[in-house]
Design a protein around this ligand. Structure first.
Ligand code: ASP
Length: 354
């Protein structure tokens, strides 16, 4: 991937790298064609002159090919992680402009791929293009940049985490889901309080923010991902053939089951037999709830208990996006399933409440 750097120097306080991957935020109406087109991101200061009011150094770079986030792939996450790793010492924070559709997946992935962060990595985007009068993009971008640059009295980043900044809220990336395709509050983080809220000033929820054990240690960047995961969403009327295809498919190493409520699935014998068959084939089966809020607790109902007894692993209160990213990361790191399962049981990046 080629990157364009716009080395725009002003009086230096904090240095921020803006990385544009694509999505609505970077679009502008082409006056001739009357269609939305990506604008030249090196001219971001022309589009959002408010950014110039910060005494920050803001450099920008764009993906070679600007993509709708529906086309995001693990390779894009690997490119982002490599770029952040390469530029880590040159910047105080990173802002990633990304389409909203898969932003929760990308933020979840980057949270696992960057271990021991000491600097903010803030994803943002918008529902309306930045060139449109009522855009939410400017507000989102300005807040993201301010948060990425914010430091405490000791000079440490206030939010050294991978986050999503959207609709005046700062959320832990691996706790978010896109819940609205129209409203400016497109994301929710039901199982984790906001890390900050942007009103007249930005109020940080310092009790929730994760800080590194050692500020002097460089983060570890994990770029090996094993993506052999499928997702099975349980629903009334689901058939044995569909369940078998997903749970026992030869291509997968792990399956996330999206279950009802506190982790319940049909108690019918064929269903449990297929779960057992998948496990006996050596697959990791991870249970997350379809509910937006709350946690899996397989001990609560008989239907959940049977899954637990069969060897299904609890995803606790993780989002599906977070669970998928965690599996990609853990499976990329460990070739044995026991190590993956033991990692799933730990709170690694604030992704589960434990
Ligand atoms: N389809 C767009 C994308 O995710 C929507 C957006 O940017 O909000 O790239």
């Amino acid at each position: 991937m080629k990157m364009k750097f716009n080395l725009d120097r002003t009086t230096e306080k904090s240095a921020i790298l803006l990385i544009y991957t694509g999505g609505t935020i970077g679009m502008k109406v082409d006056p001739e064609e009357q269609t939305l087109k990506p604008f030249d991101f090196s001219q971001i200061l022309e589009e959002v002159p408010e950014l110039g009011k910060f005494a920050y150094r803001i450099d920008s770079c764009t993906f070679d090919t600007i993509i709708d986030s529906a086309d995001i792939e693990p390779a894009s996450w690997q490119m982002l992680a490599s770029l952040i790793e390469e530029k880590y010492d040159s910047y105080d924070g990173f802002v990633i402009l990304h389409g909203t559709d898969t932003m929760a997946y990308s933020a979840s992935a980057l949270s696992f791929m960057t271990e021991g962060l000491t600097k903010p990595v803030i994803f943002t985007g918008s529902q309306l293009p930045i060139g449109v009068a009522r855009t939410d993009g400017k507000e989102n971008l300005i807040s993201a940049v301010e948060i990425a640059a914010a430091k405490d009295a000791d000079g440490h980043a206030i939010v050294p985490e991978v986050c999503i900044c959207f609709g005046n809220c700062l959320m832990r990336g691996n706790r978010t889901s896109k819940v609205n395709s129209e409203n400016f509050r497109a994301f929710r983080s039901e199982n984790c309080p906001h890390l900050a809220e942007a009103g007249i000033s930005i109020r940080y929820n310092t009790g929730v923010i994760i800080r590194p054990e050692d500020w002097t240690r460089r983060p570890v960047f994990h770029k090996d991902l094993d993506t052999r995961v499928s997702i099975l969403k349980i629903h009334p009327g689901i058939t044995p053939q569909v369940v078998k295809n997903i749970l026992c498919g030869p291509e997968t190493r792990a399956v996330i089951i999206e279950t009802y409520g506190a982790g319940n699935a049909p108690s019918r014998e064929w269903f449990l037999d297929l779960v057992k068959e998948g496990i006996s084939m050596g697959k990791i089966i991870l249970n997350v709830t379809q509910c937006l809020a709350g946690s899996v607790d397989m001990g609560l109902y008989a239907t959940g208990k049977k899954l637990q007894e069969a060897g299904v692993v609890s995803g606790y209160d993780s989002t599906t996006e977070g669970a998928l990213a965690k599996l990609f990361y853990l499976m990329g790191m460990h070739s044995d399933n026991d190590s993956v399962i033991s990692g799933l049981d730990k709170n690694l990046r604030g992704e589960i409440t434990k």
